[in-house]
Design a protein around this ligand. Sequence first.
Ligand code: GLY
Length: 358
Amino acid sequence: MTETTVIPVSGPPAYDVLVGRGLLADLSAVLPPAAAKVLVIHAPPLAAKAEALREQLAGRVEVLLAEVPDAEGAKRIEVAAFCWQIMGQTDFTRTDAVVGLGGGATTDLAGFVAATWLRGVPVIQVPTTVLGMVDAAVGGKTGINTAEGKNLVGAFWAPAAVVVDLDLLEGLPQNEILAGFAEVVKCGFIADPAILELLEADVTVATDRESPVFRELIERSIRVKATVVSDDFTEQGRREILNYGHTLGHAIEHAERYRWRHGAAISIGMVFAAELSHLAGSLPAEQVDRTRRILASLTLPTGYPLGRWKTLLATMQRDKKARAGMLRFIVLDDVARPRVLNGTDESMLFAAYQEVGE
Ligand code: GLY
């Protein structure tokens, strides 16, 4: 096993994100001492790993397995009810613990199930994708979707620990890894320019999951997220900067009926946000070019059909209305200098989109 990096997140409640290799084999080290049962919520491709976990923890705790649909199919009330049923039938108590083993959708569901059972039981998040490691599993946003939209039901529920075992990325298609890197790029632009320099130095090495640079990028991105959510767990202010590129990105995901990878939509959203930052703020043009160059080096898309603007704008306006707010964007005054842009006029938004449209 390689050395483990510990990245603390302040609370309340405080917890650690552990980053290393082979960590799943030692999960008992992070289980709450009082837990007698553990419910492992996992997607079908992780069945063998969940079973291995059951064998590993046998004797220490009773392990229950809840296999849930892959990807967004997990984030449904019926799936949460299936997990609650297992917990009800096994007298799952407040000192027992949930483990979320999977990508962002699985850990969102597992966090939600943990947040709601008996008004809250501990959850240990074990992300198995880059997106999950650097974003979804850290920070305690949990939730499910409804017919009306994504993440409309949920809770802020901090995990007891997050275990980032880089060995769990083995076997993932490289385009899945690259899509997760959109969030890594985001962390570079909003807070940590060293991330951008490492990507620019050699993107092949940076995205090789065996390389130390890959690990450094994952750790740096987690540190960005950990710092932000330590300051503002419930998104009263600073946490909003994590939405850089996401306002348009979410509208593209909606337009594509959620068949696109999140990272691909966010990639286009970041190009738009960079153009808007140039028009509405002081982001130098070379940083807009740099945004495109880095995303393209990761084979992520940087353009979207020009004719879709009206639909995208309507979706963004509807989303914001649901939160009784104005259309808000995170823009950069420079690299690592994000701020909120409020009430922007539509002509400026369209001007920025024209640079994205193809
Ligand atoms: N994914 C954005 C956040 O956790 O706030």
